[in-house]
Design a protein around this ligand. Structure first.
Ligand code: GLY
Length: 260
């Protein structure tokens, strides 16, 4: 039997990134060369944390395709190809599915369901799904039906004022979450130790947990201090150009173990 390894699927920045979807962020000029360089550094951070990085080629026809997290949900037993809420993003998964199929049996969200991976926060066997403009009740119900046989509970969580659930909350550890209380009710995470983002750093709740460390945008030093006080090491990466495309650190990868 092969030892399991940590896989990270990423996709190169689209040359059309400037035409990305935006919901809660004002459009601002994006320096594409800088975005490409920042994405390279992000991949290097994943590799330094032990991930085997599989980078897919950029897709000029899909401005948001770098945000590969949104097209699939990967759990230990299966992967679920999503049906993204933005129609412009529905074709992005077609080239991710064959790669994911190396490690997982694939399922899919079907119309009229919509689901963005950015709305799906898994902590152990609990799966929270943001009730957002991108993920609808049918999508959440389909995910529940697909994951229930594998022992997961799937719960809808209302959000407001942000794109995805993981804009508002991510996990720092199995018992600890990082929350932006302006965008999600802390009560949904009763029972967890809650670390709040610094009030000066509105978008800081999105961190990518790799083992006992988290990757976080470099522009949130105050929240990093809070995370460190909670006992979690922070790896800071500059993703400023991707943030202008309403992206964050979880969006840019699908991370999972090759053989759980
Ligand atoms: N630009 C990221 C998204 O809206 O999907």
């Amino acid at each position: 039997m092969h030892p399991s390894s940590l896989i990270a699927i990423t996709r190169d920045v689209s040359p059309s990134l400037a035409a990305c979807e935006l919901s809660f962020v004002e459009r601002a000029p994006i320096d594409l060369d800088r975005a490409v360089e920042q994405h390279r550094a992000y991949r290097s951070a994943l590799a330094a944390l032990g991930c085997e990085v599989h980078d897919l080629p950029a897709q000029a026809e899909f401005p948001d395709a770098v945000f590969v997290e949104d097209v699939a949900i990967v759990v230990d037993e299966i992967a679920v190809m999503t049906r993204p809420g933005a129609p412009s993003r529905r074709g992005e998964g077609a080239t991710v599915a064959p790669l994911l199929a190396r490690w997982r049996s694939l399922r899919a969200i079907e119309a009229p369901g919509t689901l963005d991976g950015g709305d799906v926060l898994r902590i152990g066997r609990r799966v929270c799904v943001g009730e957002s403009a991108r993920s609808n009740a049918a999508g959440i119900a389909q995910l529940r039906a697909l994951l229930a046989p594998h022992g997961y509970t799937v719960q809808g969580v209302p959000i407001h004022g942000c794109l995805h659930l993981k804009s508002a909350v991510t996990a720092l550890a199995d018992d600890t979450v990082l929350v932006q209380p302006a965008w999600v009710d802390r009560a949904a995470f009763a029972g967890y130790r809650i670390v709040e983002v610094d009030t000066a750093e509105e978008h800081a709740a999105n961190v990518l947990r790799i083992g006992d460390r988290v990757i976080s945008p470099a522009c949130f030093p105050r929240t990093h201090a809070r995370i460190r006080v909670a006992g979690v090491e922070v790896v800071a990466v500059d993703v400023s150009e991707l943030q202008k495309a309403e992206g964050a650190v979880t969006c840019c990868s699908l991370v999972f173990t090759s053989a759980p």
